[in-house]
Design a protein around this ligand. Sequence first.
Ligand SMILES: Nc1ncnc2c1ncn2[C@@H]1O[C@H](COP(=O)(O)OP(=O)(O)O)[C@@H](O)[C@H]1O
Ligand SMILES: [Mg+2]
Length: 270
Amino acid sequence: MGIVIAVISGKGGVGKTTTTANIGLGIAQNDKKCVVVDFDIGQRNLDMLLGLENRVVYDMVHVMDDGIGLKQALIKSKISDNLSFLAASQTKDKSVLDSEKISKLIDSLKKDFDFIILDAPAGIESGYEHTIEFADKALVVVNPEVSSIRDSDRAIGILDSKSKRVKEGQEVDKFLIINRINSKMVQNGEMLNSDDILDILSIPLIGKIPEDREIVDASNQGKPIILSQDSQAGQAYKRIALRVCGEKVDFVDVESHKESFLQKVKGIFS
Ligand SMILES: Nc1ncnc2c1ncn2[C@@H]1O[C@H](COP(=O)(O)OP(=O)(O)O)[C@@H](O)[C@H]1O
Ligand SMILES: [Mg+2]
């Protein structure tokens, strides 16, 4: 049976979809069968990050309501055979989601995949509660900003009170991803450092991702940054994907990272 992992945050725009695409691909490249599911109803963009936007014919609402089979709706990634994708509905009506139907959908996915990664809407959105309902684990994405951390604490509160596992007396294990770290700003004391963030949220860290301009280009091209061997962010995502798979991988300190000469030169000319 597969493990269901929700990628959550308090506010939007912190990197949940980027994280879902990269970690999903990283898990698939580590020889595990993985499906990434876009739960951001009405605002889907995980398809674009995976370069699959032109392939979407059916979405999860077709599966839940119209008798379309999962085989028809799931889209295989062009990059890895182990990675599949299920699109969110484009409807603006968020009430299309219903616990019983989602439970059935997730149960079917658990039979076929080792990992089911759910890309959540922001914690304040109505679809959020449906995304966390059947999660076994959660990856909490924050940016090193007070507002992002405060809002994520609220999203964790909802997870810890409304998910099925918690209602059954179990826990949903939560792991923190700090995204968009600017090492220069941290060193200058202009950005919260990860120790401060871990103190506030007190959930274990699973990885830190540096700010990387190339992430935006990679997303626009539908080629997740994890494919780029010389990207710090891509390598950070690779390490997180391995940790999600249960492997022990040493932490690399991206906060005290000094730019190499080549990166400096690239920075000057970009
Ligand atoms: N580490 C990063 N460095 C630079 N840009 C990033 C990074 N992570 C995410 N972004 C950019 O931030 C924006 C929001 O990311 P996204 O994954 O869509 O957030 P969310 O799903 O939480 O709303 C996107 O334009 C994305 O390319
Ligand atoms: Mg998103």
